[in-house]
Design a protein around this ligand. Structure first.
Ligand code: NAG
Ligand code: NAG
Ligand code: NAG
Ligand code: NAG
Ligand code: NAG
Ligand code: NAG
Length: 249
C-alpha cells in the first residue's frame, strides 16, 4: 500500500493548484457587479427595466424626453448624473389626479426634479451640502433637494416629502441610480398654492410605507454581490473531500 501516500501527495498538489486557480477569479468577482462596457451609451431604461418596478417612471422619462436628455448629457458631462427613481408603488400612492393635474411642462419639471447634474455616491450624499441642485428649475431658479445622513442611512427631503433611500440600482460613475419609495414632490409644484388636485403634504408620520427597510439597519445601502466567498468555500470543501477520499483509498 505504498501508493496511498503518493496519491495523497499528488491529490494535494492538484488541489493546491486548483485553489490557486480559483483565487484570482474570486478576487476579480468580489469588487463590483457586472461592469457594462464604458464605451456604449448608458441605457437608462435598461437599468430600470431590469428591476421591474419602474414602469411609470420609464413611461414618464420617455413621454417627457428627460430620458433622452440624461443620455445625451451623460455623454458630454464630466460631472456625471444621479437619478432618484420612484417605484410604481410610489406613483400609485400619490393622491389621484396628482399627475394628471400637471401640464406637459410641469411633468417635465417633476421628472427633472428627480435628476441631478452630478454623480453622487452614497458617501457623497452623506456629506453633501444642501440644497442640492436638480435638473428642474422655474421662476424661482433651480429647484433643490436636501439630503441628510446618519450612519449610512440617507434621507432625501423636498420640504413636502421626506423619504429614505433604501436601494442602490447603480453606483458607478458617471451614473448613479437610487430607488425612492415616494415621488419627490417639489414645493414649487405641489406646495403653498394648492390646486384642486394637489396631494396632501407629506404623509410621513404614522405607520405609512415609508419605513419599508428590507435589510438590517447598518447594511441598508450595501451593494449586493458578496457571492465571491462561496467559491473559496467550495474550493476548500472540494480539497477536504478529495483528501478524505485519498486517505481512504
Ligand atoms: C435599453 O434597454 C431596453 C430594455 O432593457 C431595450 O428594450 C432597449 O432596446 C435598450 N436600448 C438601447 C439603446 O440599447
Ligand atoms: C415614447 O413616447 C413616444 C411619444 O413621445 C411614443 O410614440 C413611444 O411609443 C413611447 N415609447 C415607449 C417605449 O413608451
Ligand atoms: C457622444 O459624444 C460624442 C463626442 O463627444 C459624439 O460624437 C456622439 O455622437 C455622442 N453620442 C451621443 C449618443 O450623443
Ligand atoms: C430619516 O427619516 C426618518 C423618518 O422619516 C427618521 O426617523 C430618520 O431619523 C431620518 N434619518 C436621517 C438620517 O435623517
Ligand atoms: C434645505 O437646506 C437648506 C440649507 O440647509 C435650507 O435653507 C432649506 O430650508 C432646506 N429646505 C428644505 C425643503 O428642507
Ligand atoms: C427582502 O429581500 C429578500 C431578498 O433579499 C426578498 O426575497 C424579499 O422579498 C424582500 N422583501 C421585501 C418586503 O421587499
Amino acid at each position: 500500500m505504498a501508493s496511498t501516500p503518493l496519491s495523497l501527495i499528488l491529490l494535494t498538489l492538484i488541489n493546491l493548484q486548483l485553489l490557486l486557480l480559483l483565487s484570482p477569479q474570486t478576487q476579480a468577482q468580489t469588487p463590483s457587479a457586472p461592469a457594462p462596457s464604458p464605451s456604449g451609451p448608458i441605457n437608462v431604461t435598461g437599468i430600470l427595466d431590469k428591476n421591474g418596478q419602474y414602469t411609470t417612471l420609464i413611461r414618464l422619462l420617455n413621454e417627457t424626453q428627460v430620458g433622452n436628455q440624461i443620455v445625451s448629457q451623460l455623454n458630454s458631462s464630466t460631472e456625471g448624473m444621479s437619478l432618484f427613481a420612484p417605484t410604481d408603488n410610489a406613483f400609485n400612492n400619490l393622491a389621484s389626479g396628482a399627475l394628471n393635474g400637471l401640464n406637459d411642462q410641469q411633468k417635465v419639471q417633476l421628472v427633472q426634479y428627480h435628476v441631478t447634474p452630478k454623480y453622487y455616491s452614497v458617501s457623497d450624499l452623506l456629506t453633501v451640502s444642501n440644497p442640492v441642485r436638480t435638473q428642474a428649475s422655474g421662476a424661482t431658479g433651480v429647484w433643490g433637494l436636501n439630503f441628510t445622513g446618519k450612519g449610512n442611512q440617507v434621507n432625501v427631503s423636498t420640504g413636502l416629502v421626506v423619504t429614505q433611500i433604501n436601494n442602490l440600482l447603480r453606483q458607478q460613475f458617471p451614473f448613479a441610480v437610487y430607488q425612492v419609495d415616494q415621488v419627490l414632490l417639489p414645493e414649487e409644484l405641489f406646495g403653498a398654492k394648492p390646486p384642486a388636485s394637489a396631494p396632501a403634504p407629506a404623509k410621513t408620520p404614522s405607520g405609512s410605507p415609508n419605513t419599508k427597510t428590507n435589510s438590517t439597519a447598518g447594511g441598508a445601502l450595501a451593494p449586493t454581490g458578496a457571492g465571491g466567498r462561496n467559491l473559496v468555500g467550495w474550493g476548500l470543501a472540494l480539497v477536504l473531500g478529495l483528501a478524505c477520499m485519498a486517505a481512504l483509498s
